[in-house]
Design a binder for this molecule. Structure first.
Ligand SMILES: *Cc1c(COP(=O)(O)O)cnc(C)c1O
Length: 395
């Protein structure tokens, strides 16, 4: 599909224009929700052209979804993007498209709980092995790699909920040395703050449910494959694209449209998320009931220098440790503006207790998180109100 946005345009220009040209049939400025499963053929096998290539059936392709995929590929500076029904469906497509029984994956030792469950409870019984590793240490990753069978190194940065930082460029180099691919879950940073494909990653995966959608009103996912003229991006695109259609975990037109609308304001939202988070970090650091604050923007953060190199700012997620599990639970149930809920990345602020909520499924495993930990997804409300809310919850 032709698109008025070029790779030379700025981020928000691409967010608004890549894949978003007026509808060729009506001139509608906003991509219509093509709520159709099938398409009239002009003669047997005569697919219409126009908006991209011919459409025949909406599992294989739908113009609303195509518009989202072009927008996402442009924002991540990748070769091609594929939209899925959820972040986990996108992850599953990567695992099944690129692995076979006997292969091995290195995963973060504080991976998103659902990612770990997918690798442990779905991929492992199917014959794909994994080793959790501390991705902040290149030595730990090197030690986890099994030469000859490690096909993927899976990275989250910042991680959830400990907000640790992996060095994408160094990890890509390490993975490539052993013939493995580097996958980066870019859900927390978003392409506004960090573009892993430009740092050497082969694939980016998203839960578009979070910042990309941004309004807590849609569940979705995406895979974006790297650009470059060595043909590897094309090869990955073919394999992911084949599985997207063959397994069929695709988003509907309305969900595709919602994520597209969210992406248009990603830049302005992220600026505000970051700004509010920075102010809240400052507040928490000065509070006697807070034992420590985990935020990659802090100079004392273990991998702050790496974060500063690969991210333009440090995001809207903050975790902090209290002085015991009771305090953590008390704060979580005492806020009024921060809503007690799982998920993250929406315009409204959320608070949660990872140990008993998002990460309950990894209790007792290597991925268990401290029980005095509280996670904030800082929204775009007025920051003074957010600070007052936390202040009274901590009192
Ligand atoms: C939410 C999330 C996922 C899973 O995405 P769903 O859309 O819930 O399936 C994967 N990775 C990270 C970092 C997430 O936050």
């Amino acid at each position: 599909m032709s698109t008025p946005a070029t790779p030379q345009h700025g981020f928000s220009t691409r967010a608004l224009h890549a894949g978003q040209e007026p509808d060729p049939a009506t001139g509608a400025v906003v991509t219509p929700i093509y709520q159709t499963s099938t398409y009239k053929q002009d003669g047997v096998g005569g697919l219409r052209t126009g908006l991209g290539t011919g459409y025949e059936y909406s599992r294989s392709g739908n113009p609303t979804r195509t518009a989202l995929e072009i927008q996402l590929a442009s924002l991540e500076q990748g070769h091609q993007a594929f939209a899925f029904a959820s972040g986990l469906a996108a992850e599953d497509a990567i695992l099944r498209a690129l692995l076979k029984p006997g292969d091995h994956v290195v995963v973060p030792n504080d991976a998103y709980g659902g990612t770990y469950r997918l690798v442990k409870r779905v991929a492992e019984p199917w014959g794909v092995e994994h080793t959790p590793a501390d991705l902040t240490s290149l030595d730990a990753v090197r030690a986890a790699i099994r030469s000859g069978t490690t096909r993927l190194v899976w990275v989250e940065t910042p991680t959830n909920p400990l907000l640790s930082i992996g060095d994408i460029a160094a990890l890509a180099e390490l993975a490539h040395e052993v013939g493995a691919l580097l996958v980066v879950d870019n859900t927390f940073a978003t392409p506004y703050l960090q573009t892993p494909l430009t740092l050497g990653a082969d694939l980016v995966v998203h839960s578009t449910t979070k910042y990309c959608g941004g309004h807590s009103d849609v569940v979705g996912g995406a895979v974006v494959v790297r650009a470059g003229d060595d043909g590897r991006g094309e090869d990955l695109a073919e394999r992911i694209g084949f599985h997207q259609n063959a397994m069929g975990a695709v988003p509907g037109a309305f969900d595709s449209w919602l994520v597209q609308r969210g992406l248009k304001t990603l830049g302005v939202r992220m600026d505000r998320h970051c700004e509010n988070a920075e102010r809240i970090v400052e507040f928490l650091l000065g509070h006697p009931r807070v034992a420590s604050v985990l935020y990659p923007g802090l100079p004392e953060h273990t991998n702050h220098a790496v974060a500063a190199r690969q991210m333009s700012r440090f995001g809207g997620m903050i975790s902090f440790r209290t002085r015991g599990v009771e305090d953590a639970l008390q704060v979580c149930k005492s806020t009024e503006l921060f809503t007690l809920a799982e998920s993250l990345g929406g315009v409204e602020s959320l608070i949660e207790h990872p140990g008993r909520m998002t990460h309950a499924s990894v209790a007792g495993s290597l991925l268990e998180v401290p029980d005095d930990l509280v996670r904030l997804s800082v929204g775009i409300e007025d920051v003074a109100d957010l600070i007052a809310d936390l202040d009274s919850a901590l009192a």
